[in-house]
Design a protein around this ligand. Sequence first.
Ligand SMILES: O=C(CO)COP(=O)(O)O
Length: 138
Amino acid sequence: MPEAPVLALIAHDGKKADLISFAHKHADLLRQFQLVATGTTGQMLIDELDLDVVRYHSGPLGGDVQIASRIVEGNVYAVVFFIDPLGKHPHEPDIQTLLRACNVHNVPIATNESTARLIVERRAVQDSLPNRDSDDAS
Ligand SMILES: O=C(CO)COP(=O)(O)O
């Protein structure tokens, strides 16, 4: 069986409640991914939803850069990053690094709930489609 795709989940403090609410709504879909997250976000997803999450450092301590590095390595399916547009962030350069890594490597990044929903639902649709390889072989 192929490995589940990697989905990164990140939220600033002012948006964590929104991310947890999103995760509650789509928990079954999220369980179909290998989830990675920045430290505090990941801990909340574990505590509140019992999701299996690989946690990196907290954002201000380099977690965004660690996830950017995974993107550069080429094994991230998509990123859900609920950015707080009203907050000031001491690690703004790290945030820009993560956004830039997604844009350089053409990795989907959702910064709001509507787009995040499209990303996780698209994966479910893909999974329900017939396998094209096996069609070709018949
Ligand atoms: O700061 C963040 C993203 O820039 C998120 O980090 P935490 O999940 O550790 O709060």
